[in-house]
Ligand binder design. Structure first.
Ligand code: SAM
Length: 409
C-alpha cells in the first residue's frame, strides 16, 4: 500500500495543479488498472492537508451511538458536491481570489455519486439521519437529481427514510425544482442576501438579478417542497438595510410556509477578509425586526439546531437567527462534512481533513471504512467558535483554514 504523501511544499491552496497532466493521467490509468487485490491510495489533489484515517484492527459493527470526546453524537452529514459556484459573494468566494486563473478541482477528484452514496450509507449506519447537499453551488453538478434519488433510497437502521435537503443560491432552481422533488428532495434552503435588486446584484458580485432567485423559490413551493428556508448572511454596512424589507417580502409573498433565517457573517476560510466590525449580532437583527414586526422566542425544534427560533406575534410565521459568532453553538454540533473530493471535516473552521476518498478508492471494505469513521468521530474535540469567543482560537496547527465552498456550507 502506498503511503499518502505530505503537503507538496508549494502553494497550499492549489498544490494538485503542480502535477503535470501526463502524471495525473498515468495515476488515473494505474488506479483503474491495478492488479487484483492490490490496495492503492492515489496520490492526487492535496489541496488541503488530510490525514489518512486509521483503520481499526477489528472494526465493531456500527451501533448508531457514536460520541466524540465532548460527548457529541453524529446526526448530520453535509456533502459538498462541487467546489464551483456561479456567484462571487465577497464573504465566501471573493472575485479577486476566485478569478479566471483559479483552478477548481478536476472532475476526477470529485467523489462520484456512487462513492457519495456509499459513504452516506456508512454514516447513516453510524446514526446520521440528515443529509444536506451543498457546495459550491450544488445545482451546478450535472444530474444532481440522480444523486438525490440514490440518497433517498437509503434507510436508517430502524427502516426510516432520511431527511435530505439542499442549500442553493437559487439561480437555477426554477429549472430544477420539479425534478429534484420528484427524485426525493422534500425541502430546500435558498440563500438570499437582499430583496432589493441592486443590493442583491452587489452581494453576488456577478450582477445576477434577484427576480430569477425569487422565481426559483416559487418553483420549489409549486413543486411541493416544504418548508422552504431562506438564508440571509448579514454584513453590517453592506446589506443590513435589507433585514426588514426581506422579512416583509417573505411575510407578504409566502406567509408561514417559508422560514427566513439571518446568519452572522463568519470568519470561515482565509480569503474573505473578515472583520468583527462587519458582523451584525443576531440580537441586533431581532431588535430591528421586533420594532416593526413584534417577535417572541420559540423552543428549539430539534437538538443541535443551528438557528434560534422566533415567531411573529401576529401569527405571520417564524424566523431564525444563526449566531455562530456571538453565541457559538459548538457544544451541540452534531455535524460532519464531506468535502467535494471526499475529505471528512469535523468543523467548519478546520484546516485538516481525513481522506475518506483514499479509503473509498483504495479497496477497503465497508466494515473497515465504517470503523475508520467511528475512530475519527470518537477523536473529535474541536470547538473553534467557542474558543474564538473566548479569544483563544487558532486555526488548527497554523495551517490555512479550509474554504467554505470546498467543505460545503
Ligand atoms: N451555493 C450555495 C448557497 O449559496 O447556498 C451553497 C453553498 S454556500 C457556501 C452555503 C451557505 O453558506 C450560504 O447560505 C452562504 O450564504 C453561507 N456562507 C458562505 N460564506 C459565509 C460566511 N462567511 N458567513 C456566513 N455564512 C456564509
Amino acid at each position: 500500500m502506498l503511503p499518502l504523501p505530505g503537503a507538496c511544499g508549494k502553494r497550499d491552496d492549489v498544490c494538485d495543479v503542480h502535477l503535470p497532466p501526463e502524471r495525473l493521467a498515468r495515476m488515473a490509468w494505474r488506479r483503474h488498472n491495478r492488479p487484483m487485490g492490490e490496495t492503492y491510495i492515489p496520490l492526487a489533489d492535496l489541496r488541503y492537508a488530510a490525514d489518512l484515517p486509521r483503520i481499526p484492527a477489528q472494526p465493531a459493527a456500527p451501533a448508531g451511538l457514536l460520541s466524540d470526546r465532548l460527548g457529541r453524537p453524529l446526526h448530520d452529514l453535509r456533502i459538498s458536491v462541487t467546489d464551483r459556484c456561479n456567484f462571487r459573494c465577497s464573504y465566501c468566494m471573493p472575485k479577486e481570489v476566485f478569478d479566471k486563473a483559479y483552478r477548481f478541482l478536476p472532475h476526477t477528484s470529485l467523489l462520484s455519486f456512487e462513492e457519495i452514496t456509499r459513504a452516506a450509507r456508512l454514516f447513516v449506519a453510524h446514526g446520521v439521519t440528515k443529509l444536506r447537499l451543498t457546495g459550491g453551488e450544488p445545482l451546478l453538478r450535472k444530474h444532481l437529481e440522480v444523486l438525490v434519488a440514490q440518497l433517498a433510497a437509503l434507510r436508517t437502521p430502524g427502516g426510516e427514510s432520511l431527511d435530505i435537503t439542499l442549500t442553493t443560491n437559487g439561480s437555477v432552481l426554477e429549472r430544477k425544482a420539479a425534478a429534484l422533488h420528484a427524485a426525493g428532495l422534500k425541502r430546500v434552503t435558498v440563500s438570499l442576501d437582499a430583496v432589493d435588486d441592486a443590493v442583491f446584484r452587489r452581494m453576488n458580485d456577478v450582477d445576477f438579478p434577484v427576480a430569477d432567485v425569487l422565481r426559483g423559490i416559487d418553483a420549489a413551493l409549486t413543486a411541493g417542497m416544504a418548508p422552504v428556508k431562506i438564508n440571509m448572511v448579514v454584513k453590517r454596512g453592506t446589506n443590513d438595510d435589507q433585514i426588514v424589507p426581506l422579512a416583509r417580502h417573505v411575510r407578504d409573498s409566502y406567509g408561514p410556509g417559508v422560514i427566513l433565517r439571518f446568519i452572522e457573517y463568519m470568519d470561515v476560510g482565509a480569503t474573505n477578509g473578515w472583520r468583527m466590525d462587519e458582523v451584525l449580532p443576531s440580537a441586533d437583527v431581532v431588535r430591528r425586526l421586533s420594532a416593526v414586526f413584534p417577535l417572541q422566542p420559540l423552543q428549539p425544534s430539534a437538538a443541535g439546531e443551528t438557528a434560534q427560533r422566533w415567531r411573529y406575534v401576529d401569527g405571520g410565521g417564524e424566523i431564525g437567527v444563526i449566531s455562530s459568532v456571538t453565541q457559538a453553538f459548538c457544544r451541540d454540533c452534531n455535524r460532519a462534512r464531506l468535502s467535494t473530493e471526499g475529505k471528512l471535516f469535523l468543523c467548519l473552521f478546520a484546516s485538516r481533513g481525513h481522506d475518506l476518498r483514499a479509503l473509498l478508492r483504495g479497496g477497503y471494505t465497508d466494515e473497515q471504512i465504517s470503523g475508520a469513521i467511528g475512530l475519527v468521530w470518537g477523536d473529535r474535540e474541536d470547538r473553534y467558535s467557542e474558543l474564538r469567543g473566548a479569544g483563544t482560537a487558532t486555526a488548527g496547527s497554523g495551517e490555512r483554514r479550509v474554504e467554505m465552498h470546498y467543505i460545503g456550507g
